[in-house]
Write a protein that binds this ligand. Structure first.
Ligand code: ADP
Ligand code: MG
Length: 715
């Protein structure tokens, strides 16, 4: 290959022609080995440029080269005669004359130049850059990029090619495909492109962290070439290949970090082996009042396989509310009891803990179970703690109260964590420490929030997944409609019809972001409005997040016992209510809710024998609302949500919980992410500590990015 970048030239004809070189010729060949040290040098530029660069995190030449373009732009070069109004194009033209004009607005000056190419001429315009008049005298040859507007060519970027008629400098971007850089005030994309171009060739000194074997297997460009093609693409396909290589590397490093974190989590400590003993669990299953669904059976089987071994389980059990996760968790907890060990289920709120306790209690064989929360009376609490410490109490359900230092288990072998994303790392670690010294518990995480695949792979990449998709028999799909303003009256008619038939309804108030208080107030006034208006013939209840715990419990109980017909609620009903007789849900201002939230909310109905309907009050054309109305699969909805929100805008990404990368873009790069995950797990299973010499550079790169945290398990 002919290399011609910044002085790296090879004897072209020979190398290409295949004729062999003599020993002398080889010695004389200007071959250069990479010199990474060159990249550590400070960026040599004007102090003002350096200050602006520092804002972008660019201090050294290496930083500059790693400041990869956010994208590439194709810029058609046109003859002036071809330009049409609204065109964005590059032209190459000579300055014929140039002046600066004062406008009526003070301090606002316009530079106007008549520029010409062989096909014609046009007036080029720059705003507020009066100094250009002296920099671009008549006779200067320019490449201009800009937009045709009001008969003039409004210049966005210009570069000087030389004097009129001069041969175009081949190093300047040829007006085809060019790199577009994330810039800042004082250091815009064009200037960055120039800074990089001035240092062209230095990218060959960049270190390649990926082992050759992996690169060959994955058909990846080497790193220096990838950077070269990112900065100076020879064409769209090259740029794409380069981007893919760099994105893959980022995703791979993240997956390796996650994989190592997982291996490190236990600090090498084993979990207690919990083999099937065919005592408690088997007889419990026989006595269950219903048949387990295929998904539940599959989940239990996977968990059993995990529990049988000493390798600590880290499994995420996903399934919508009511899909029967708690039953699966109970099967696992009983497995611990069967082995003479203990199991704990931790929920993020008291309401949820109480609900789990009730569900478990209803299905439980003769195995002691207790509930421990912040409101457990002191005497009862003392008793529970004593029984946990002695091992007399095998199963416990609770809140954060479970991880307080005073709580001691005799042998905690399994921890079930509900809605795990609502607990911090430290809280989960505290639970780990409740196991006997030298061991960690198996952990089963549960979530009713459908996690799209992309997120599962990144945020939760260190977990195994089990999915429950089927709802147990008896649950009916909820019919969902978007109701426009004009149809509100008819919708209330329909609700009253249902209420007269003995059913119950939820009215969910608009989400008020960041203010529980405002939201509570809105719910209160909506309840009053409905009680005096649309639902004046019915009993209207109210529940919101600002109410005292006892008042909330009372409101829920009144609704579930049929003492109220309509429950006006804030999004607190999202969790913790199971009223099969409730068949209608109105969601006010539905656009304010996210797709997943809407889906969660409607999961509160359709839990009994009657048809249920969810009415989304809102704008029927809203894509999110249409998606919820048309799609019942929570996982598909979660992926749609992710796609609709896109990853381009920062807010969307932050909300989606997807990690941000410099090159990779999620969810678009999900296929690449899948590849990286497979690759990382192959690599780690062959070399768990990444200690092989060919993995050293990669390990260093991962450590540099993700910190020492990922240090391998001490042997
Ligand atoms: P989740 O925890 O996923 O929200 P639960 O385990 O609490 O769901 O189950 C919801 C309800 O459905 C419970 O009352 C439970 O007893 C019942 N249930 C669970 N599995 C089945 C099944 N296979 N068939 C019928 N009912 C079931
Ligand atoms: Mg449940």
């Amino acid at each position: 290959m002919v290399v011609d970048r910044g002085g790296m030239t090879a004897p072209a004809g020979r190398a290409l022609g295949g004729g062999s070189l003599t020993r002398e010729q080889l010695y004389a060949a200007p071959v250069r080995l990479p010199r990474p040290a060159l990249l550590a040098a400070e960026l040599d530029a004007h102090p003002r440029t350096r200050d602006a660069a520092a804002v972008l995190g660019i201090h050294t030449i290496g930083d500059l080269l790693e400041h990869v373009p956010a994208g590439h732009e194709f810029r058609a070069t046109k003859a002036i005669a071809q330009l049409k109004a609204g065109d964005e194009a590059t032209i190459e033209a000579d300055v014929r004359s140039i002046t600066v004009r004062q406008t009526r607005r003070r301090n606002f000056r316009i530079v106007e130049a008549l520029v010409a190419d062989p096909s014609g001429s046009v007036k080029a315009v720059w705003f507020n850059q009066a100094y250009l008049v002296s920099q671009l005298p008549a006779g200067t040859r320019l490449r201009l990029f800009g937009k045709v507007k009001s008969g003039t060519f409004q210049v966005r970027e210009h570069s000087v090619l030389g004097k009129s008629g001069a041969i175009v400098d081949s190093e300047a971007p040829a007006g085809g495909i060019i790199a577009v850089y994330p810039g800042t005030e004082g250091l815009k994309s064009q200037r960055l492109r120039e800074l990089v171009a001035e240092r062209r060739g230095l990218e060959l000194n960049v270190v390649e962290p990926l082992p050759g074997r992996l690169r060959a297997a994955e058909r990846l460009l080497d790193r220096p070439s990838a950077l070269a093609e990112m900065h100076f693409p020879r064409g769209r396909r090259f740029a794409q290949e380069a981007r893919e290589r760099l994105a893959f590397e980022e995703l791979l490093m993240q997956q390796i970090a996650l994989g190592m974190r997982r291996r490190r989590r236990a600090g090498g400590r084993p979990a207690t082996e919990l083999p099937a003993r065919e005592t408690i669990v088997a007889s419990w299953r026989k006595r269950l009042p219903f048949a387990l669904t295929a998904d539940q059976l599959n989940a239990i089987e996977q968990i059993d396989a995990d529990l049988t071994g000493g390798q600590p389980m880290q499994r995420l059990l996903m399934g919508e509310v009511g899909s029967g996760k708690t039953v699966v968790a109970l099967a696992a907890m009983l497995r611990a009891a069967e082995n003479g060990c203990q199991a704990a289920l931790m929920a993020p709120t008291e309401t949820l803990a109480e609900q789990h306790f009730a569900t478990l209690d209803a299905m439980l064989p003769e195995v002691p179970l207790a509930l421990l929360t912040g409101s457990t009376p002191a005497a009862r609490r003392r008793e529970i703690l004593a029984r946990l410490a002695s091992g007399e109490l095998p199963l416990i359900v609770g809140t954060h109260a479970l991880i307080e230092p005073t709580v001691q288990f005799r042998v905690l072998a399994l921890a079930v964590v509900d809605e795990q994303h609502r607990f911090g790392v430290r809280q989960r670690a505290a639970l780990d420490e409740k196991a006997p010294a030298g061991r960690v518990p198996h952990v089963l995480h549960m979530t009713a929030t459908p996690i799209p695949r992309t997120l599962a792979l990144t945020g939760y990449g260190d977990l195994d997944f089990t999915l429950i998709k089927q709802l147990p028999g008896g649950r009916r799909p909820v019919q969902t409609r978007v109701v426009a303003d004009l149809q509100r009256a008819a919708a209330y008619d329909e609700v009253r019809e249902q209420l007269r038939g003995g059913r119950q309804a939820y009215v969910v108030c608009p989400l008020v972001e960041d203010s529980d208080e405002l939201q509570a107030r809105a719910a209160t006034s909506e309840a009053e409005r409905l009680a005096a208006g649309e639902f004046k013939d019915f009993r209207v209840g109210l529940i919101h997040g600002q109410m005292a715990a006892a008042a909330k419990t009372a409101a829920m109980r009144a609704f579930s016992e049929g003492e109220t017909d309509v429950l006006v609620a804030t999004s607190v009903v999202e969790v913790g209510i199971d009223v099969p007789n409730a068949t209608v849900m109105i969601i006010e201002d539905a656009e304010r809710y996210g797709i997943s939230q809407l889906h969660q909310l409607r999961g509160r109905i359709g839990r009994g024998e009657h048809e249920s309907v969810c009415m989304l009050f809102g704008f029927p054309a809203a894509r999110r609302l249409r998606a919820v109305a048309n799609e019942r699969d929570g996982f598909k909805l979660a992926q749609i949500d992710l796609e609709l929100r896109g990853s381009g805008e920062e807010l969307g990404t932050r909300q989606s919980g997807l990690p941000r990368f410099r090159v990779a873009v999620l969810p678009e790069d999900t296929p690449l992410l899948e590849r990286a995950r497979r690759c990382a797990s192959r690599l780690l299973s062959g070399d768990p500590q990444m200690s092989a010499p060919e993995h050293e550079l990669l390990r260093e790169a991962v450590t540099a990015r993700y910190g020492d945290e990922i240090d391998p398990i001490p042997a």
